[in-house]
Every structure is written in C-alpha cells, then in structure tokens.
Design a protein around this ligand. Structure first.
Ligand code: DGL
Length: 270
C-alpha cells in the first residue's frame, strides 16, 4: 500500500456519497474509488450472511484497484461484515459506520433519542452493544426506515412520498418528545430537508459521516499513508454493479464540488 494510492469506499448504492462528501472536504487531495453495489441494493432486509458475502466481493474488487484504506460507507454492511473483513484482510485498514448513540445520548435534553436505520443495522451486534453501553437512562425510539433507500436511489428524496413515509416513522418520535435523531443509514442524510420539514426542526439530527471521515484521516496519518504529492489532483472513479445513472445524478446534485472533469463512471461486475 502506498500513500498515493486511492481510498476505497462502498455502499449498496448512492448512500455512501454522504460519507464521500465529508471525506473529500477533509482530505481534498485523496483520490477515491467508490463502488455502489446497485445490483443488490437494498442490503437492509437481506440476511447478514448474504450482506457479508456481497461485502467481501466488493472489497476484493477495491483491493484489485489498490486501495490503501477502505471505508465501509454502509451501516448495514458494517453490522454484517466489518469484523470478518478485518479478520480476512489484516493488512488493510478499514473504517466502518459507528451508530452514533453516544453523542446523541449526551446531546439529548429530554433523554429521548430516535434512531432511524435499516433492519440489518438495528439487529446487529454492534448496535446492540453500543446501545447497552451508552444509552443507560435514555429512552431509545427505534424505527426501520423501509422504503427510504429506494426513494433516495430514485432521486426522490424531496418527493411527497418521502415526506409521507418519513411522517409515519418520525411522528411517533415527535409525539414522544425525541429531541435528537440519529441517521443510522448513509442514504438518510440526503433526506435531511424532508426530515426537518416533518419534525419542524424539533430534533437535532446526528449524521455520523463527519466522524467517520475524521477516523479515516487519523488512520492514514498513523500509517503514513496520507497523499504525499502536494500537486495531486484527485480522481473520483465511481463504479456501479447496476446502472451508473443514479450515481451520476447524485454526484451532480449533492457533490458538485467534485469537479466534473475529475469524475468518471463505470459499470462493474464484482
Ligand atoms: N446505505 C446503507 C446503510 O447505511 C444501505 C441501506 C440498504 O441498502 O438497505 O445501511
């Protein structure tokens, strides 16, 4: 692994772009190889063993591309696969999504915290351990956001359907005095405007992506793997196992700061 190799990022779809957005802000010289496993999206309701084998296939692809660090930019894949990925590839630094229960519990004044995530994430050991460790004395309102990933993939994050679906998940939390909401799926930051409309700003929204980007930076620093070329012009290579159009449109709408000339989109099989 060399400092001028790229960073690998993957998700079931476009959700990981919410992590890439933070990473590119913090590490503007780093090149990135992003994989959206769109052919198998969504991951959320698949059994853990299936998400694990899909994740291993994507990681093999990213390692062939010589990535120096891999960000598992998907809460569901982190829950199902990160322990095994670290076991299988001990030389590869991995960063996963942390369920941000601790900062949310610390921030809540009403002692009532909401978590919106996929079924796979909420059932995972990582989430249950974090909850047991950091949520003592805090009421936790868990909601599975079925249907939200599909709406974000379709570019309908501000649609009436998104608002209606969010209302069914969030209104019970509003009624119960939740004042901090954790976004437990990387697709959900793209729903932030709709979430604020539904909750009328009554909840602080915690997006774990900036902390994940900071952890990636720390690991690269520790291992001497930060890009060392002062004139580096980063490249962003986007791969999809399905159509690339969703990625292309999301990048244009939500990450216009990644100059178009530096972005390339490819179909891939993993
Ligand atoms: N973005 C994902 C996550 O963070 C994937 C959700 C899905 O594919 O269901 O969990």
């Amino acid at each position: 692994m060399y400092s001028n190799d790229g960073i690998g990022i993957f998700d079931s779809g476009v959700g990981g772009l919410s992590v890439l957005r933070e990473l590119a802000l913090l590490l503007p010289r780093e090149s990135v190889c992003y994989v959206a496993d769109a052919a198998h999206c969504p991951y959320g309701n698949r059994p853990a063993h299936e998400v694990l084998s899909l994740s291993v296939a994507v990681v093999d692809f990213l390692l062939q591309k010589k990535c120096k660090l891999i960000v598992v930019a998907c809460n569901t894949a982190t829950a199902a696969a990160i322990d095994e990925l670290r076991r299988r590839y001990p030389h590869v630094p991995f960063v996963g999504m942390e369920p941000a229960v601790k900062p949310a519990a610390e921030q809540s004044k009403t002692r009532s915290v909401g978590i919106l995530a996929t079924c796979g994430t909420l059932q995972g050991r990582l989430f249950r351990q974090t909850q047991a460790r950091h949520a003592a004395g805090v009421r936790m309102h868990l909601a599975v956001g079925d249907g939200l990933v599909e709406l974000v993939e379709a570019g309908r994050e501000d649609s009436p359907e998104a608002l209606a679906l969010l209302r069914t998940y969030l209104q019970p939390m509003v009624d119960d005095g939740v004042d901090v909401l954790v976004l437990g799926c990387t697709h959900y930051p793209f729903l932030q405007a709709a979430i604020e409309e539904v909750t009328q700003g009554s909840m602080a929204v915690v997006n774990p992506a900036p902390a994940v980007a900071a952890q990636a930076k720390r690991l690269l620093e520790q291992r001497g793997l930060l890009c060392s070329d002062p004139a580096a012009a980063p490249r962003y290579d986007f791969f999809s196992t399905g159509g690339v159009e969703a990625l292309r449109q999301m990048q244009a709408r939500h990450l216009p700061q990644l100059a178009a000339g530096r972005c390339a989109f490819y179909f891939c099989e993993v």
